[in-house]
Write a protein that binds this ligand. Sequence first.
Ligand SMILES: [Zn+2]
Length: 329
Amino acid sequence: MMASHYKTPVTVIGGFLGAGKTTYLNHLLRSANGRYAVLVNDFGAVNIDAALIAKHDGETMTLANGCVCCSIGSGFLDTLGRVLDGGTVFDHIIIEASGVGDPWRIAEIALVEPSLRLNAVIVLADASRIANLLDDTRVGDTVRGQFDRANLVLLTKVDLLDRAAVDATRSTITALRPGVAIVETTEHSLPGLPDGTFKPASRFNAANGNRTDHELNFRRWSYVRTGAFDRDALAKALKALPPQLLRLKGTCRFADNVSPWLLQMIGQDWMLTPLPDGLSQDSGILLVGVGTDALPDTDRLDTILDAALVQSNSVTTADTNHRQATFTL
Ligand SMILES: [Zn+2]
């Protein structure tokens, strides 16, 4: 085959907020043999996910300016154009859809662009949450739409459930998308990239008139502060955040410890882990949230978290201007 006929394989990774997309992407990058181009679309105002992507041989690019699937316009196509025309031949292009995005709308690009070959549309589902999300009137339609035309579903975090519950979740997915391949995973047992060629089903039709606008259905919040939190006060503040906040994620610091921490909250569950080595070492606090369209004003949300800040005179707040500049706000 002549080089000019090379088609770069494209895999799109989708799944609702908190399903484990970034964890999976980092797994793929750490076990990659080849040069990957990675395009990451965060719905949040600050592209936190891109900052949390492991270093790899290829390139990571961020897709800012909102939900890519709603605006397959200049931003996304420009970035893709840079990947294709940049002089580097990539072994694979991986696109991480935003947590509220429709991965298929992104995948359609690979079907129409002659230099690309759609390899797979992988949708992640948190085994412990997916049934509730599908039943949630606020987000159910968005979640359901993500599975439409997926050709591989990764059921994540199955180690949190017993066998009967995992089987029930499998049935839920199968009812949604009959015949789809389902792979059960934990954080420590994630598969590599499937080596497939996506077979466009007869349902392929880019002109689908029934499209939701994720920009209207979901709201963003970003919280940027110098200084640090008090641990106990933060626990209280997180509990006080309204249920319309679906996801909160980012880095923060505590007065009693100089190391940066990764805060992740899904619904009312939150967890703090030390920021992995090699990722941005920022001082201060940078959190991004995604909520439903009924999310209260960001001023109100800011006030809740501000109550958890320690007095600034007891914390070192140097270098904060620098750190804010490392993110595209
Ligand atoms: Zn969208």
